[in-house]
Design a protein around this ligand. Structure first.
Ligand code: FE2
Ligand code: FE2
Length: 172
């Protein structure tokens, strides 16, 4: 019975987070479901990139609904470039900190970053080819991935730190 209740609670939380991600328009809408890392440079990056990912969702929505204007296409292109540039900058920030920390999670963490870069590049290619139906099907994927990454391996690497030993939790 207890596990059933816990399971239901878990499902409800997942549905709730999904709904927030689907309906969010600004950082304030999603800030509550994104973990703080307590390194100001990293938290700042997380906030900025989240806003770019939300901007991307809005523009994809607009383009899908009828507003395939030159202006919206141009904006979409600009957002993709900003996402790619900023992801690169942010991942470099995290890499430097992981090196300083000698993080045991570094290898796995950098692999995730590489997968994400490839995902954005692929979406951008599809966008440039006018394959909006594919991009729109993936509307949430950039934001979803990003939030899961922050709450998952970013949190483990920079806050929990020695998750391999499972003994200590640092919250500085
Ligand atoms: Fe991050
Ligand atoms: Fe990361």
């Amino acid at each position: 019975m207890i596990s059933e209740t816990a399971e239901r609670k878990g499902q409800w939380e997942m549905a709730w987070k999904r709904w927030i991600l689907q309906s969010a328009r600004t950082w304030d809408d999603v800030a509550g479901i994104i973990q703080l890392i307590n390194i100001s440079e990293i938290d700042h990056d997380h906030m900025l990139f989240t806003q770019y990912a939300l901007d991307l969702n809005l523009i994809i929505q607009a383009l899908n609904n009828q507003e395939a204007s030159f202006e919206n296409l141009y904006k979409g292109d600009e957002i993709f470039q900003r996402l790619l540039d900023y992801a690169k900058i942010h991942f470099e920030h995290e890499k430097v900190i992981m090196e300083q920390m000698k993080s045991p999670l570094m290898k796995a963490h950098l692999e995730q970053h590489a997968i994400f870069m490839k995902m954005i590049e692929d979406h951008y290619k599809e966008f440039k080819q006018g394959r909006l139906h594919i991009v729109s099907g993936l509307k949430l994927s950039v934001l979803d991935w990003w939030v899961n990454h922050i709450n998952g391996i970013d949190y483990q690497t920079f806050v929990v730190r020695n998750s391999h030993s499972g003994e200590e939790v640092h919250n500085e």
